[in-house]
Write a protein that binds this ligand. Structure first.
Ligand code: ADP
Length: 399
């Protein structure tokens, strides 16, 4: 019987999964990678094999796939039909917030789960769904070990000034500090930089993870020295439905003058702002690009403006810049957004080759460009799979 390991990345409206197989005594290999998108609205299931060929693609029943748990059931049914009798040795999960305590991946126990639940208010858009997936797996596969891998861990070890939230000590002692997010994505990029972009790997690099959530990480020699997301995943860049940095006085105004409740403010900050809030049209960059509506154009202009502004700030943190790497949904797929952000950062010495950019070439800066520009597809699931394998003793740790 073959052994399997499963990786789950559970979001509010999507559940991404990867299946790794180990034919007897052989190395682990990617067997399938897929997702259910549009959970509760218009669920769609798609899955490809390890070679990227389509295995299945279906529209699912909206009533049957209404939440993370039912999405997991749908995936489990497909897995059983596909790999009946398989032995699952472990399940790895993306968990957005590890707080101050979890600075690396960990095997989930009831105590760990209880600690992670306390962090739900710090990541209401992600943490509940991540934890629901862990709970659903322990119900379906009791006894199968699970590993939680955190988006915050990669950023631990930043200088004290980068982690500081300059509030009184008693407030900070409750855990108020800058944690940073998208760490699994940054960890993947850091791991492939020596092969993918050897000339900048040991230098000063900004990685721009631009997806529906967006952030940037300043890396020196592949270690995080600062990032644009902080205590929660609300800071920094403009995102699909989150505003990025906002004067905290505005939040006070929402409470004091508009008399909004904490729940209302949370909904505004996590679900109604950013590209959606500015445009009033969509949180999806694809809907906004090419839309001539002035509000859509303003949303895209602000997204680019804010990105260029953060690149300037992180370049100051790094004391100069050698390379700029784009990744995630927008970063990997939108030549237009890459081009606009690079043009707005031309003062740093970034000169791009429009043909290479349009072709999504890994390196799309001109040969003589002082700062090089790159597109590197991220793979958070692979990072989770590696950690899960090592922690559960399924593979040897790489030295
Ligand atoms: P997440 O994993 O955070 O949901 P992704 O990294 O998958 O996000 O990115 C999703 C976003 O990527 C979409 O909301 C969409 O705005 C953007 N995107 C995907 N493809 C394109 C494209 N071709 N052009 C512009 N934006 C795109």
């Amino acid at each position: 019987m073959d052994d399997y390991a499963v990786v789950l990345n559970a979001g509010s409206s999507s559940l991404k999964f990867s299946v790794y197989r180990r034919p007897a005594a052989d190395r682990w290999r990617l067997e399938a990678r897929g997702q259910i998108e549009g959970i509760g609205v218009a669920p769609k299931f798609s899955v490809k094999n390890g070679a990227g060929e389509k295995l299945a693609g279906d529209t699912l029943d909206k009533a049957a796939v209404r939440d993370a748990r039912s999405a997991l059931n749908a995936i489990a049914d497909w897995l059983r039909a596909q790999y009946g009798g398989a032995r699952v040795l472990g399940v790895g999960h993306r968990v957005v917030h590890g707080g101050a305590r979890f600075d690396g991946p960990i095997v989930v126990t009831p105590q760990v789960l209880a600690e992670l639940r306390k962090l739900i208010p710090l990541a209401p858009l992600h943490q509940p769904y991540n934890l629901a997936a862990i709970e659903a797996v322990s119900e379906r596969l009791p006894g199968v070990p699970q590993v939680a891998c955190f988006d915050t861990s990669f950023h631990r070890g930043q200088p004290a000034v980068a982690e500081l939230v300059p509030l009184p000590r008693d407030v900070r002692e409750t855990g108020v500090q800058r944690y940073g997010f998208h760490g699994l994505s940054y960890e993947y990029i850091a791991s492939v930089l020596p092969d993918a972009a050897p000339e900048i790997a040991g230098g000063r690099v900004i990685v721009a993870h631009l997806g529906s959530g967006a952030s940037m990480c300043a890396m020196k020699n592949r270690k995080s020295v600062d990032s644009t997301l902080g205590f929660t995943a609300l800071d920094g860049l403009c995102m699909g439905t989150r505003p990025g940095a906002v004067d905290p006085g505005v939040i006070l105004y929402l409470f004091q003058n508009l008399q909004l409740s904490a729940k209302d403010v949370e909904t505004i900050l996590y679900k109604k702002s950013g590209l959606l809030g500015i445009s009033g049209i969509s949180n999806d960059m694809r809907d906004l690009l090419g839309n001539s509506d002035p509000a859509a154009r303003l949303a895209v202009d602000y997204f680019v403006y804010r990105a260029a502004k953060e690149i300037g700030a992180l370049t100051a943190v790094l004391g100069g810049l050698d390379g700029l790497v784009f990744t995630a949904g927008i970063g990997e797929n939108s030549a237009e957004i890459r081009s606009r952000i690079c043009d707005a950062s031309a003062w740093l010495g970034i000169e791009i080759d429009q043909t290479a950019n349009g072709a999504n070439s890994p390196r799309f800066s001109r040969p003589g460009s002082r700062v090089s520009a790159w597109v590197i597809p991220t793979n958070e699931e692979l990072v989770i799979a590696r950690h899960t394998g090592v922690l559960l003793g399924l593979v040897e740790a790489r030295t």
